[in-house]
Design a protein around this ligand. Structure first.
Ligand code: SF4
Length: 378
């Protein structure tokens, strides 16, 4: 993180009150969390898994060079490169990288300059730095390979829940869910329902993971996870899902709920209103940033989408560029529908913020802690 032309005296998280009358305290007063998911029965998941695998074996993206790869390091490289980058763009970089750094040990021996040079053009260099840091850390412990448990992987720099699941399932065929945007969308649409559970600790991803684990039943986790991702990328797409030709449509709750209107598919799929407020938490791995205003970044969504609104807010009011993850859960905020997002700092003025200490976290209002807990940051 570097500093640029100084901020405007504003902390990172002020905001909703600056864009609309009303204090932050008042806005925080009615946070209720809701969800549109429930666990489904085994019979349905068995049928969905069978149809999904049949589709995948015929139409899956088998040309991807990391498909079928069983070396955890190579899978990790592909997953980090694929973050926020188009698949086809990653392919040549992936091949070049593995020629240059075929093993974790070779990567550890390389200089950071060489590593960044090999990454040049892919952007978001933080991924390359994390990979190098990770290789150095393992080398310092005398380890030549990545660990093979989720807990150990998630303790390494740059590896979160999704990446750990991807490495373990793709490389080692372990029954670990890897919930990315595509998987979240497919499972969400196929299994979503209108049940509301207002408890604040609810996390949408918990239910998605439970469903993914049932889909693994007697199937290869590697194949199921690959199939879910390809299906989300090629059939059950965000804006133009091919419902008419979809092999899952007889099982799909979103489709049954009146069909899919491509302009409002997400809303119909989850039976929830379009968010009017976006709530973000800026974090680095599991660590959370705070400012004198607290730990939440709150943006009104006016004429844009939630992620763009949060980015614009951070840029306009705080002189920082941030990356915003897709919504992990939904809530109401001051009576308005709101989406909850994890955010990462890319660059900009960081004088007004700092990584929260345990004391900072203890002093946060309960409702902020609820949000952090849902985003798995507490
Ligand atoms: S029917 Fe439509 S929304 Fe449902 S899984 Fe198929 S493509 Fe996705």
């Amino acid at each position: 993180m570097c500093n640029v032309q100084g901020g405007r005296g504003a902390g990172l998280y002020a905001p909703s009150s600056r864009r609309k009358p009303g204090s932050r305290t008042n806005l925080m007063s009615d946070l209720n969390l809701d969800s549109g998911f429930r666990r489904n029965d085994d019979k349905k998941t068995t049928i969905v898994a069978r149809k999904l695998l049949a589709w995948f074996r015929k139409h899956g993206r088998t040309h991807l060079p990391w498909r079928g790869e069983t070396d955890p390091y190579r899978v990790l490289v592909s997953e980090l490169m694929l973050q926020q980058t188009q698949v086809e763009r990653v392919i040549p970089y992936y091949r070049r990288w593995l020629k240059r750094f075929p093993t974790m040990t070779r990567l550890a021996r390389a200089s950071e300059t060489d590593v960044l040079k090999a990454w040049q053009g892919l952007g978001y260099y933080r991924r390359a730095r994390s990979l190098k840091k990770l290789a150095d850390k393992l080398a310092a412990c005398g380890q030549k390979a990545l660990p093979t448990t989720r807990a150990e992987l998630e303790a390494l720099p740059g590896i979160g829940a999704y990446t750990a699941g991807a490495v373990l399932s793709f490389a080692l065929d372990q029954p670990e869910p890897a919930i990315d945007t595509n998987v979240r969308r497919v499972i969400g649409r196929v299994f979503s329902c209108s049940v509301t559970r207002p408890r604040v600790t609810f996390s949408v991803d918990d239910d998605l993971q439970s469903i993914a684990r049932v889909l693994f039943n007697k199937n290869s986790p590697r194949e199921i996870n690959s199939a879910l991702m390809d299906f989300g990328a090629l059939v059950c797409t965000s804006r133009a899902p091919k419902c008419d030709a979809c092999p899952l449509k007889t099982s799909c709750v979103a489709f049954k709920n009146g069909g899919i209107d491509t302009t409002t598919v997400t809303l119909r799929a989850f039976s929830r209103p379009r968010p009017e407020i976006a709530i973000g938490v800026l974090r680095e791995g599991k660590k959370v940033y705070v400012s004198k205003h607290g730990a939440l970044l709150i943006a009104l969504i006016d004429g844009s989408d939630a992620r763009t609104s949060l980015k614009a807010l951070a840029r306009e009011y705080h002189s920082v560029e941030i990356a915003v993850r897709p919504a992990m859960a939904h809530t109401t905020f001051n009576g308005k529908p709101a989406s909850l997002h994890r955010c990462s700092l890319l660059y900009g003025n960081t004088k007004a913020i700092r990584i929260a200490t345990q004391r900072d976290l203890r002093r946060l209002p309960k409702r902020s802690k609820d949000v952090l807990e849902i985003l798995k940051l507490l």
